[in-house]
Design a protein around this ligand. Structure first.
Ligand code: SF4
Length: 406
């Protein structure tokens, strides 16, 4: 069974297809978002700070120089910047600011004893070997009162609410991992450093809460493992902008393919041509639809005028230059609308008179037939008639005058 990390589980929840690309097909992508690049450099600086602490305390200046050197050494052309208003230099400055704020907040860095840096662990959630979780703890420490502390650095540009940290799965899994490492783990504090805000958020979990995390993660692993190879569907979201699998994702591969084409090649590409043709026809169709609607509205007005003329003149057929317009009418009986009080009353009368089945649920034709054909006795018809509405319905038919009839 593979070991799952919180990040692989999160990727599956975000988009099953992205999970398949990254963790089943193991497609490696050269691109790296600038946010992830900045996060890695910040983590490396923190590692240096705490790793060397027992021997020497790095000054802020030394750490900033180290950060600059790391940034310049590691930066590569596939670092992507989604925000068009920002440059790599902006992010570098941001990273320096994170370090300055962190340094002045925690100097002299002696509130707890470091037990591990970038500490790897793996834990079997229920001892069956089926649900293995692995992780890397940014900094594991122990406070003077014996409380274990799991520190995690976050360089994201949004600050979550405290409630969200109380539900965070990542550090809860890390706590389960730490509890499996030593026998004296009685109290654990989960600590997030949101360095963009110089804020520290903490959370403590009860055994019941950890049990729920265990159960939820086991369910999720079962779901992942039940997927057939073609069962990882793409799930499009705002996070696609940060996904590096556009070249393989069916929802994005054509966008990725034509993105960098010069305008003359772009317009010649077969897919682009098909979309443009389809869009042009769709626009034409919408235009024609609008024209048809306005023609139909005008025809309705003329129809009404022809009906009025026909009534006035007593003429049922009107003759034009090459066409005839035939106007016919018939009486239409309608029953009260469904759910109305009148309908319930009418139904009661008919049921009591034993004729309900004759009218098939108040079908207007059946009612008209029963009344017109005098199937019921006069007293019943008299009781029923006030509930019925009689309307004259017109039909207007256009026909061509044959040559020989002109
Ligand atoms: S681009 Fe979006 S839909 Fe496609 S794999 Fe990436 S996250 Fe999933």
């Amino acid at each position: 069974m593979p070991a799952y990390s919180n990040s692989s589980l999160g990727t599956f929840e975000e988009c099953p297809l992205k999970y398949r690309f990254a963790y089943v097909d193991r497609i490696r992508i050269p691109e790296e978002g600038i946010e992830a690049f900045l996060g890695s450099r910040f983590h490396e600086v923190m590692e240096k700070l705490y790793r060397e602490l027992p021997y020497k305390k790095n000054t802020l200046d030394e750490l900033l120089k180290y950060f600059d050197a790391l940034w310049d050494k590691e930066f590569h052309e596939d670092v992507t910047i989604v925000n068009p208003d920002k440059t790599a230099e902006d992010y570098k400055k941001l990273g320096r600011k994170f370090i300055e704020d962190y340094y002045s907040h925690y100097d002299p860095f002696d509130k707890s004893r470091v037990l591990g840096l970038e500490r790897r662990f793996s834990v079997d959630l229920d001892g069956t070997g089926r649900y293995l979780i692995k992780g890397v703890i940014d900094r594991l420490a122990q406070a003077p009162d014996g409380t274990y502390e799991i520190h995690d650095y976050k360089t994201s540009s949004s600050l979550p609410e405290q409630k969200k940290m109380g539900e965070d799965r990542q550090l809860a899994l890390y706590q389960i991992g730490v509890e499996s490492m030593w026998n004296d783990v009685r109290a654990v504090r989960l600590v997030w450093h949101f360095v963009a805000f110089d804020k520290e958020l903490t959370s403590e979990r009860t055994p019941d809460e950890l049990e729920r995390v265990r159960a939820d993660v086991k369910r999720l692993i079962d779901e992942i493992e039940s997927r057939p190879p073609d069962g990882y569907e793409p799930r499009e979201s705002a996070l696609c902008d940060w996904c590096g699998f556009w070249a393989t994702c069916p929802l994005k591969k054509h966008l990725a393919k034509v993105e960098g084409l010069p305008p003359n090649e772009y317009l010649k590409e077969e897919g682009v041509k098909l979309v443009n043709k389809y869009a042009a026809l769709d626009a034409e169709k919408k235009k024609l639809k609008g024209q048809i609607e306005s023609i139909e509205a005008e025809m309705d007005e003329i129809k009404d005028a022809a009906i009025a003329y026909s009534e006035r003149e007593g003429a049922k057929v009107l003759k034009g230059s090459g066409h005839l317009l035939k106007i016919s009418d018939k009486q239409q009986i309608s029953s009260p609308g469904k759910g109305s009080k009148e309908r319930a009353e009418l139904e009661k009368i008919m049921r009591e008179a034993g004729v309900w089945d004759d009218v098939a649920g108040l079908d207007p034709y059946a009612v008209a037939r029963a009344v017109n054909e005098k199937k019921w006795d006069a007293a019943l018809v008299e009781r029923v008639i006030p509930f019925l509405t009689v309307e004259k319905k017109y039909t207007v038919t256009l026909s061509e005058i044959k040559e020989e009839e002109r």
